[in-house]
Design a binder for this molecule. Sequence first.
Ligand code: SF4
Ligand code: SF4
Length: 335
Amino acid sequence: MIKTLFKKDALAGLIEAVRKDGGEFVAPTLVARQASYKAVTDAAAIETDYIVPQNSFKEVLFPQSEAIATFKEAGTNMAGVEVNAKDTVVFGSRPCDAASVASLRSVFTWDFVDEFYTTREDKAVVISIACTKGDSSCFCTSVGLAPDATEGSDVLLRETEDGDFSAEAVTDKGKTFVKKHKDVFTTCKAAKEIAIFEPVKLDKVDLDKVGESLADTTHYDNDKMWGDIARKCIGCGACTYSCPTCHCFDIVDEGSFFEGERRKNWDACQFDFFTLHASGHNPRDTQYKRWRNRFMCKFKIYPGKFKTKGCVGCGRCVRVCPVRLDITEVMEELS
Ligand code: SF4
Ligand code: SF4
């Protein structure tokens, strides 16, 4: 494995080089006192003191709302729109977030290739920074990842004791990027790396048992556990919107009868009208069914159908839940 040195003070030059080529540089920056992935133009705006940014960078690849077609006269004269995608560098991602890219791709290329997603992902270079600190909500090691996992990162940086980074180009895309910016990624002089944070492994969680339990549908409707868990849930959708692997969207026509756009907007399985049919029937008419669905999606459907991870252990859903529902407690219960 060849490593290079990425000096922190080279960040400004890298941002400038990416932007000069017409690209965008996305990195954690403070928004309302919380680190959030946003496009930045200035290295000074990049926040370095964070565990995981409060949003995931899926919104770079899969925007919260985007036009996918235009229409005139209510559904007639439909025209497609070009994917509005720039070459983008996502800098300072955490390895858990980077691992979610494979999960999103597996969904967006499953029965239909969503070019809005794939074009953006193909144009993105993910530069992750291995975690040297975490909190009690982090559990990547319990879902088969690690704070320095390379899965999904094009380049993985590890902090060094002198405040810089050693850089490992992981993918061909990453290698090309490092080569292109060789004035920034210089030869490494055996810099000493800071120790990687070790999240507490949830010893009561066994993902195989979680999968087996969810596959056994004999207790699907009868298990009191779902009702007990979901009683607190207010269906706000914060867990799904903040989750790097949640990918549900709705398509709506916006505008007037005469002219408008067909838009793809994020949606959330925790909303009561998410599965509401035009007939009025709602197959997930109570919150426990919606919660159970979220679990099925993450621990049965993703690994079974797509062979990817439905949960990368970032802990965001635990941190944002206003009623402190904790996904790891359910994983333990099912184990
Ligand atoms: S389910 Fe929760 S912990 Fe798992 S990836 Fe989504 S937000 Fe992160
Ligand atoms: S964040 Fe908490 S309260 Fe909101 S939908 Fe998710 S589990 Fe329910």
